[in-house]
Design a protein around this ligand. Structure first.
Ligand code: PMV
Length: 351
C-alpha cells in the first residue's frame, strides 16, 4: 500500500476592501447581496502560510492547525472547500489511472498567520485562500485563480479576493449555483505602484460580532441596507474601477471613505445595532480629515472592517504627511501599532 506523505505549501495575502461586502443572499454558498472591490496587501507583511498534506497513515479525520491550535473542520464552510477540491481531484484521477489516489486520503492542514487573527484584519480571507490553494497544489489541479476563488468564496466570502494581487473585484454574479460569483483582477499592483496602506492595530482582540451573524442580522433588519445594495454599491463599484484605471487618488479616497461610512451606517441601522469602531477608530478618522484639510485635497483615506482597526490608503509621495501625521496624533495612545505596507503583486503570490 502507498504510505507516502504527499504535501504542498503556499502563502496567501490579506485584502482590505474599499467597496465592502456586507450581506449574503445565500448564506450556504456565501453568495453576496452586492459586488465588492479590494486591494491586496503585501504578503511580506500580512499573510497566511499553509501546508496541506495527505497520507494513508493519517486520520481517519481531516485536521487543521492554525497557529498551533487545533481548529474545528466540521463546519459547513470548511467542508464545502474540502468537498469541492476532492471532487476536482477525483475527476483528474478518473481520467488518468497513473495518478496516486489522493482524493480519498485524510488531509492534514497546518496554517500560520503573521498578524492578529480575527481582529478585523481579514484573517479569514488569507486563511481560506491559502487553504484552498495549498490543497489545489497538493492535488495538482490545473485551476485558475478565478476558479479557485469560486471555491475559496464558500470558505469565507472575502477569501475569493485573496487569490489575486493588486486591485480585485468580486462580482456578485446572478446564478443561483454561484458559478459566476467569482473574483477578477481589476488592475495589477504594477499599474499603481505608488499606492500604500498604513495599518493601525487598535486592538488585536477577537471581534465582538462575527461577520457571518452580523451580515445576517443586517440583511434581516436594516432598511438602509436595501438602498445600499440597490443604489450605493453599484455606483461605488463603477466609480472605484474608473478611479483605479485613471489612478485618480482623490476619487479613490473619497469613495473608500464614503463606502466605509456607508457599511458602518448599515451596522448601526441593524437591530440590535452593531458597533465595530471605537473611540480610537474615530480619532483616526479625525486625523485623516485633518491631513486632508491641511493638504487642501484628499491624500489619505480611511477604511474599517468588522473591527476597530484602521487601514489608511495613501500614495508614497505623501508618506510623511500621512504616516507622520497619523502616528503623531495617535502614536502616544496605548495599543497603536502602525505598519506601512505595499500592494501585493499577483505573480509573486504563489511562488
Ligand atoms: O469574508 P467575511 O465573512 O470575513 O466578511 C468580510 C466582511 C468585511 O471585511 C467587513 C468587508 C469585506 O468586503 O471584506
Amino acid at each position: 500500500a502507498d504510505t507516502k506523505v504527499y504535501q504542498a505549501s503556499t502563502t496567501a495575502p490579506v485584502n482590505i476592501a474599499v467597496v465592502k461586502y456586507w450581506g449574503k443572499r445565500d448564506p450556504k454558498l456565501n453568495l453576496p447581496t452586492n459586488s465588492s472591490l479590494s486591494v491586496t496587501l503585501s504578503q511580506s507583511d500580512l499573510r497566511t502560510h499553509t501546508t496541506a498534506a495527505c497520507s494513508s497513515t493519517f486520520g481517519p479525520e481531516d485536521t487543521l492547525l492554525l497557529n498551533s491550535s487545533p481548529q474545528d473542520v466540521s463546519g459547513a464552510r470548511t467542508q464545502a472547500c474540502f468537498r469541492e477540491l476532492r471532487t476536482l481531484r477525483s475527476a483528474l484521477e478518473a481520467s488518468n489511472a497513473s495518478l496516486p489516489k489522493l482524493a480519498s486520503l485524510p488531509l492534514r492542514i497546518v496554517s500560520e498567520n503573521n498578524f492578529p487573527t480575527a481582529a478585523g484584519l481579514a484573517s479569514s480571507a488569507a486563511g481560506f485562500a491559502a487553504l484552498v490553494r495549498a490543497i489545489a497544489n497538493l492535488y495538482e489541479l490545473p485551476s485558475s485563480p478565478t476558479e479557485l476563488s469560486r471555491i475559496a468564496r464558500q470558505g469565507s466570502g472575502s477569501a475569493c479576493r485573496s487569490l489575486f494581487g493588486g486591485y480585485v473585484a468580486w462580482e456578485m454574479g446572478a446564478n443561483e449555483d454561484g458559478s459566476d460569483s467569482v473574483a477578477v483582477e481589476v488592475a495589477p499592483a504594477s499599474h499603481w505602484p505608488t499606492m500604500r496602506a498604513l495599518i493601525l492595530v487598535v486592538s488585536a482582540e477577537k471581534k465582538g460580532v462575527s461577520s457571518t451573524s452580523g451580515m445576517q442580522i443586517t440583511v434581516a433588519t436594516s432598511e438602509l441596507s436595501k438602498h445600499r445594495f440597490a443604489v450605493v454599491v453599484p455606483k461605488h463599484m463603477e466609480a472605484m474601477k474608473k478611479a483605479i484605471q485613471e489612478k485618480d487618488f482623490e476619487t479613490f479616497g473619497k469613495v473608500t471613505m464614503v463606502e466605509s461610512n456607508s457599511f458602518h451606517a448599515t451596522c448601526l441601522d441593524t437591530f440590535p445595532p452593531i458597533f465595530y469602531m471605537n473611540d480610537v477608530s474615530k480619532a483616526a478618522i479625525r486625523a485623516v480629515e485633518d491631513i486632508n484639510t491641511r493638504a487642501g485635497k484628499i491624500i489619505a483615506a480611511y477604511t474599517f472592517d468588522a473591527g476597530p482597526n484602521a487601514v489608511i490608503y495613501y500614495e508614497e509621495e505623501n508618506t510623511d504627511a500621512v504616516a507622520g501625521a497619523v502616528k503623531g496624533v495617535l502614536g502616544e495612545l496605548d495599543g497603536w501599532e502602525g505598519k506601512e505596507v505595499k500592494v501585493q503583486d499577483t505573480k509573486a503570490i504563489d511562488a
